[in-house]
Structure formats: structure tokens, C-alpha cells
Unconditional design. Structure first.
Ligand code: NAP
Length: 274
């Protein structure tokens, strides 16, 4: 993680113009996470900022935001750079999901093209605790292999977009929970589809795992509180959890872990002491 002192973030150094410094800072938040939504709430109604929240459009019914929102891709890094210039965006906060690696790479490239600062708001990954039975999987295909040959009852909580590789292991019985309907994303004989959206609750997660006779849980290492109760429930039940590691994100980007720290970074960029 690269950390620069506050002084390097001062907007006067970035833009060198006092009049401009006093104007509201135009910010693009690349969202899709609880942290992006929290930052949107923190920025709403603040006269120093003109924020815009961008969503990929992965959910058909996104939660409303208290700041202007746009939905859909930008057509690659060059498209994002064009958008930034056209909308006179002065800084991007990449608060995308930890597994949205393409967008983060695009944001880094677009900011280089447009010559504006970029901050990554990345929640820390989960770490195993005493009592956890984690099986580390570097990628989704490794998680499929880790299930083994013998049929098992699997709680699959990796998101609709990541189901494809599990079609290679059709012998298992899958309980799949997603926000959106899975459609034909997992063409295997035994699938129970559950639609629900975070935040979840440890007692309810445990009840679900017991009711469904789950033998193993598969999850991405998303981090954060909202989906952590499945880890707690698996620990309480002594179940193994196959944990898929995060993809690589651009390394040369300044990073914070909380919406509060992102707000402080933006205030410093605007020229106000955080
Ligand atoms: P991705 O693979 O990083 O991005 C694919 C494309 O989606 C990007 O190139 C971009 O299209 C568009 N995109 C992504 N985030 C965007 C945003 N905030 N605003 C506008 N466009 C955006 O990400 P993904 O396909 O969304 O998801 C990859 C993984 O992240 C999956 O495991 C998924 O389950 C997980 N995830 C994503 C979200 C989410 O909100 N995106 C939420 C939860 C989990 P252009 O190139 O056209 O700009």
C-alpha cells in the first residue's frame, strides 16, 4: 500500500489555482459496495463537493443514493478518461467490489490519461480466526477442485457472476444464494436457488446451513461485515469454508480502508484540513 503525506494531496499542488480551489470538487465514486454508499452519504449536502456515484448495473434494483447516480460501463479506460474530461471530474474514488479487478485497472489507467488523482477505498480481507476451518483457493477454479470428487451439499455464496466454473463439478448439490436470479448460470442437476441480499445475520445463517444440511461453504474473501455472518455460522457448526482469494488490484494507487478516511482524503484534496 502506498501512502503519501497529506501535503501531497493538497489541491493547490494539484491544480495551482486559488479560485479553482474554492470551487466544489467534482468527484466520481466507482461504487457497488457498502463503503461506496457510506461515502455517498457522507458527501451528500456538503457544499465543497459535487459527487457522482457510478454503478456497473449488476443489480436490477440498486439501493437509492443521496447523491446523483449513473449506471453502466464507460467502455474501457479510454472511455472512462473521456467521461472524466467531459464531466470535468477532478478526482476518482475507486470503491468497487474487491473482486471487480477490471474496473480498478481501468480507473488507474483513466486517471493517468486524464491526469487526475485516484484513491482506492478497499476494505481489508477477512482473516481466519481460531476455530475456522478455511481452505484457501487462489482462484474460483481452485475452489471447484477443492470440493473434491465425492458429492457434497455445498453452500455457494460467490455471486451470480462467478457460478460458471462450478458446472465442472455437477455431482454436488448446490444451495446458491444470489441477489439476482441465477437463470442458467449453473447448469447442473441439483441446485436450490435462494435470492437474498446482505446484510445477513449469524443466527439466520446458521439456521439456513442446518436446514439445508450444508457440508461445506464456498465464498470469496470479500471482507466487510455485511456477509461475514456466514463465516461465523460455519465456525460455530465446525464446517469447512473454501475461501477464494482476491484478484490483484493496481498496486501503485493510494489506498484507504474506510469511508471516513476517504472523506478525509477528499477534504485534504479540496484544501480543507481533515
Ligand atoms: P469488473 O470485472 O471489474 O468490471 C467489468 C466491467 O464492468 C468494467 O470494465 C466496466 O465496464 C463495468 N463496471 C464495473 N464496475 C463499474 C462501476 N462502478 N461503474 C461503471 N461501470 C462499471 O467488475 P464486475 O464485472 O462488476 O464484477 C467482478 C466481480 O466483482 C464479480 O465477482 C462480482 O460478483 C463482484 N461484484 C461486483 C459488484 C459491482 O457492483 N460491480 C458488486 C458485488 C460484487 P466498462 O469497461 O465498459 O467501463
Amino acid at each position: 500500500m502506498q501512502r503519501r503525506p497529506w501535503v501531497a494531496l493538497d489541491r493547490r499542488k494539484c491544480f495551482g489555482n486559488k479560485a479553482r480551489m474554492e470551487a466544489p470538487l467534482r468527484i466520481l465514486i466507482l461504487g457497488g459496495t457498502t463503503e461506496a454508499s457510506a461515502l455517498a452519504v457522507a458527501l451528500s449536502g456538503q457544499p465543497e463537493f459535487v459527487p457522482l456515484l457510478s454503478l456497473a448495473g449488476r443489480t436490477s434494483d440498486p439501493r437509492p443514493a443521496p447523491i446523483p447516480m449513473r449506471i453502466g460501463g464507460f467502455e474501457g479506460p479510454e472511455g472512462l478518461a473521456r467521461f472524466v474530461v467531459g464531466e470535468r471530474i477532478e478526482a476518482i474514488v475507486d470503491a468497487t467490489h474487491p473482486f471487480a479487478a477490471v474496473m480498478s485497472m481501468n480507473a488507474a489507467k483513466a486517471c493517468r490519461i486524464a491526469g487526475i488523482p485516484l484513491l482506492a477505498l478497499r476494505r481489508p480481507p477477512w482473516q481466519p480466526q481460531a476455530g475456522d476451518r478455511w481452505i484457501d483457493a487462489p482462484a474460483m477454479s481452485d475452489a471447484v477442485r477443492a470440493l473434491g470428487e465425492a458429492p457434497q451439499r455445498v453452500f455457494l455464496t460467490v455471486g451470480r457472476l462467478e457460478l460458471g466454473p462450478f458446472a465442472e463439478a455437477p455431482q454436488h448439490r448446490y444451495v446458491v444464494r444470489t441477489i439476482e436470479p441465477i437463470g442458467d448460470a449453473l447448469p447442473v442437476p441439483h441446485v436450490t436457488a435462494i435470492r437474498d441480499r446482505p446484510p445477513f445475520d449469524a443466527a439466520a445463517e446458521r439456521a439456513l446451513m442446518e436446514r439445508e444440511g450444508i457440508a461445506v461453504v464456498v465464498t470469496k474473501n470479500s471482507g466487510g461485515r455485511a456477509t461475514y455472518p456466514k463465516i461465523e455460522a460455519a465456525r460455530a457448526l465446525g464446517l469447512p469454508v473454501i475461501v477464494v482469494a482476491r484478484p490483484r488490484k493496481p498496486a501503485d494507487v493510494e489506498e484507504v480502508e474506510t469511508p471516513e478516511a476517504a472523506l478525509a482524503w477528499l477534504m485534504a484534496l479540496h484544501g480543507r484540513t481533515p
